[in-house]
Every structure is written in structure tokens, then in C-alpha cells.
Design a binder for this molecule. Structure first.
Ligand SMILES: [Zn+2]
Length: 452
């Protein structure tokens, strides 16, 4: 039985999905206008690991995991304006980078990746319903959600009204009936990306994107809604209000799961503070994606994680040890129970990592009850390590620094052949595989070059 900490009830609860054959999970994805940093990578890695656990417990086809792409946003519009290009140029570029960076960290693609710009009719329909129900109103080309119309508003963040108004960093807007009201639709001026709607040409607010996409792809009530701690208010509070009011009071999610921040020194890593480190630059420096992934899993997901050079070095030492002991060992079919027990307990990855380390020790007292030989124990540990999304390379590749040049050249030749025969899926897979080893390839008119 998996147990998850639910932010809504503030307690760890047994995870009982509504339909174990179709478990639904939605995680708020990237707004694609800049390169992802390590803090952005944490939810991607955490929820990828949770997805692996759910599939282990309920079956490989039990889970539908959706992670959206926010590809219309004021920051995107500003970035496009600065470069003098169409917003779609910015979003295509940074979405591709995002997928490459997360691929390098061993993050599997979600089952569904809805894009906001492709879901406008669903958003318009939801806004119309909210207006009909008396939960939203039009004012000067805007549509606003009326916070006082929802007596349960604030249920997730448990903030009092003053804190909510202050926390929402509400801009002075004369068309708002209440300072806490938030935007569902806003007008787009000439030359700004927009869509026709009953309220004129405009674009959706960020919060309604997620509510509409969840409804369309996963249903009215989902099992797990995830994201970073910073999304609890106002984003997830607003998602809850919109969805509940649009769906006659049905809850949006049965479990709310939030990961903690990545800290640099005493501050949260964030673009606005300018203290970010990106997976791209760490890979460029020669660190491997698996090291960054395991470092992100080294603290419990709800705790803050201090990102330091020491953390990277210590994690690499752990992986060196794992590769030496387990790299060549075929994963066994028998579960390493204490490892899975740790993950079932609110995804306790530090404990799960410790269990694998204990298996490799000289005296593994904790495993006296393991009915089987030392070889069988190591085979189960090998499977456990792979379930964390590491040990994907051969031992040789790992110790050669991510693959020798000949192997890389061979892969690039294989990719060129795939491209010639128009097998782009294979070509992309090879590129992602190389990215996973920290190898970036660049195509030009004269051929393909690569660097680490
Ligand atoms: Zn969201």
C-alpha cells in the first residue's frame, strides 16, 4: 500500500485510486521561455519516480500521467518581443531544450503533454460555464473569477483573506469587483497572440489552462495533482476553485502532492533571484545526468534540498559504488522489499537509497531475512537501483566518462542512417540517448558535430 502526504488534509494517507486500472496524475509543467534550472527539474524527477512506483505497484499500464506545456504567457510574449520573433519560435525552442534536459535526467515522457495553445476551446467552454454558474463575470474585455462567489475558496492554502489578497500580488485593476478576483481571460492588443472568444480577441489566464486541460484529458476528479510547493497559492488554489465551481462541487483531485524547493545557500533557487544552475551547464561541465537525478532524489521530496558541489561529488561516489557492484548484474525479478517499502512510504527516496547501500555493505544484517543467496540479493538491488532511474549505462560506459568517442561516433552514424531512411523517431531516440550521456550533437550543412 502506497501512502502519500496530501497537502489538502495535511496528513499522510493510504493511496487508494478511484480506478486502479486507470490512475490519473497531472503535474503542472514548464512555461517554455527559458532554459530549465535544477529547481525546475526537481518536480519532473520526483513525479517521474512516483510514476515508476505506481506502475510497479499497480501494473505498467495502470497510470495516465499528464504534464502540460504552458506555451502562451506574458513572459513568452515579452521574450518573443525582445528577439523580434513569433512566440511560437520561443516556445518550440525551449520546449525542445526542456525535453532534452529532462531526458538527460532519465525523466520519461508523460503519457499526455497538452499544450495550452491547442486547448483554447476547452478553456472558453469552462469560462462560459463559470459565468453561467455565477462564479465569473466579464469586465472591460476581461473575464474574472469571483472569489467571494466560492465559499470554499482558500481550502488548500488555508490562508485568511488578507494574506490571500496580499499574496496574490493583485495589480490595481478598476474592473475587479473584489481585489482577490483573478483573471480567466484577458484581451490581446494588436500584434499580440490571441484567439476570438465571446468576450473579444484575447488569451487565457494561466490557472484556467490547467483546469480545462485536466477536465479534457483526465476527467473531472483526478487521483493525484502534483507540482512544486510554490504553486499551492495562488495557482492550485485557483485551479481547485475553477474546477469545483465548473463541476457542481466535485473535487478536482483526491491527493495533492507538492515537492519542496531547491536552495542555493540560504535562498530558493529561482530565476528572479538570479541564482540558478541549469542541468544543461552541469552536463556541459561533464557531470552525468544520472548523478544529477540521484542528487535530486537524495532528500525527501517534501524537504528543501540544498544544491552544492559537495552534493554532486557525494552522489557521484555513490553511483561509482553502485556501478562497480551492480553495473554488470542482470536485474532480478524478486523485489527488494525494504527498498519498495521505503518508496511506498510517501516516496522516501533517501531511505530507498540507503537500503541499496546497505545491500552492498560487507555485513548486511538487515537482509538476513532475505531468503536467497548473495547473488540473488544483488540482482534485486540491481533492479531497485534501475527503478530509481539510474544504472542505465554499462559499467564500462560509466567509468569511461559517459561513453568513449568511438561509441559516440557509431551512434551518430546510426542516427544519420535513420534520418536518411526518414525514420525520425529512431533518430530522435538516439539523440536523446546521447543527451542522457551528456553528449550534445549539432547538425549543420557540413555534417554533425558533438561535444560533452
Ligand atoms: Zn497547473
Amino acid at each position: 500500500m502506497i501512502r502519500l502526504h496530501d497537502t489538502l488534509t495535511r496528513e499522510k494517507r493510504p493511496f487508494v485510486p478511484f480506478n486502479p486500472q486507470r490512475i490519473t496524475m497531472y503535474v503542472c509543467g514548464p512555461t517554455v521561455y527559458g532554459r530549465a534550472h535544477i529547481g525546475n527539474a526537481r518536480p519532473a524527477v520526483v513525479f517521474d519516480t512516483l510514476a515508476r512506483l505506481i506502475r510497479h505497484e499497480f501494473g505498467p499500464k495502470s497510470l495516465v500521467y499528464a504534464r502540460n506545456v504552458t506555451d502562451v504567457d506574458d513572459k513568452i510574449i515579452a521574450a518573443a518581443h525582445k528577439e523580434g520573433v513569433d512566440p511560437s519560435m520561443i516556445t518550440a525552442r525551449y520546449e525542445q531544450y526542456y525535453l532534452e534536459d529532462m531526458g538527460a535526467l532519465g525523466v520519461n515522457s508523460p503519457d499526455i503533454a497538452p499544450h495550452a495553445t491547442e486547448e483554447i476551446p476547452a478553456m472558453v467552454a469552462m469560462i462560459e460555464r463559470l459565468i453561467e454558474h455565477g462564479n465569473a463575470y466579464e469586465a472591460q474585455g476581461h473575464v474574472l473569477f469571483s472569489v467571494p462567489s466560492d465559499p470554499d475558496y482558500g481550502v488548500l492554502s488555508k490562508r485568511d483573506r488578507e494574506a490571500m489578497v496580499a499574496g496574490a500580488r493583485v495589480e490595481v485593476a478598476p474592473y475587479k469587483r473584489d481585489p482577490a478576483d483573478f483573471v480567466l481571460w484577458k484581451p490581446s492588443g494588436e500584434g499580440v497572440i490571441g484567439w476570438d472568444s465571446p468576450w473579444g480577441r484575447g488569451r487565457p489566464g494561466w490557472h484556467v489552462e490547467c483546469s480545462a486541460m485536466i477536465e479534457r484529458h483526465l476527467g473531472e476528479t483526478i487521483d493525484i495533482h502534483g507540482g512544486g510547493l510554490d504553486l499551492i497559492f495562488p495557482h492550485h488554489e485557483n485551479e481547485i476553485a475553477q474546477s469545483r465551481c465548473a463541476h457542481g462541487g466535485l473535487p478536482l483531485a483526491r491527493y495533492w502532492v507538492h515537492n519542496g524547493f531547491v536552495d542555493m545557500g540560504s535562498e530558493k533557487m529561482s530565476k528572479s533571484l538570479g541564482n540558478i544552475v541549469t542541468p544543461a551547464e552541469l552536463l556541459e561541465q561533464g557531470h552525468k545526468g544520472e548523478t544529477l537525478r540521484l542528487a535530486l532524489l537524495s532528500a525527501h521530496y517534501r524537504q528543501p534540498l540544498a544544491w552544492t558541489g559537495d552534493l554532486i561529488a557525494q552522489t557521484k561516489a555513490v553511483l561509482d559504488r553502485w556501478y562497480r557492484a551492480l553495473g554488470d548484474i542482470e536485474p532480478g525479478k524478486r523485489d527488494l522489499e525494504p527498498f519498495w517499502e521505503a518508496l511506498r512510504d510517501d516516496l522516501n527516496t533517501p531511505k530507498a537509497i540507503a537500503v541499496i547501500n546497505e545491500c552492498l555493505g560487507e555485513v548486511s544484517e538487515d537482509f538476513e531475512h532475505f531468503q536467497g543467496s548473495r547473488e540473488e540479493l544483488l540482482a534485486s538491488a540491481s533492479a531497485a537501483a534501475r527503478a530509481l532511474g539510474v544504472l542505465a549505462m554499462s559499467k564500462e560506459e560509466w567509468f569511461q566518462g559517459g561513453g568513449d568517442s568511438k561509441a559516440i561516433e557509431a551512434k551518430i552514424a546510426e542516427r544519420a542512417e535513420a534520418k536518411r531512411s526518414r525514420d525520425f523517431a529512431t533518430a530522435d531516440r538516439i539523440r536523446d540517448e546521447l543527451a542522457g550521456r551528456g553528449v550534445t550533437i549539432e547538425d549543420s550543412a557540413t555534417g554533425t558535430t558533438w561535444h560533452r
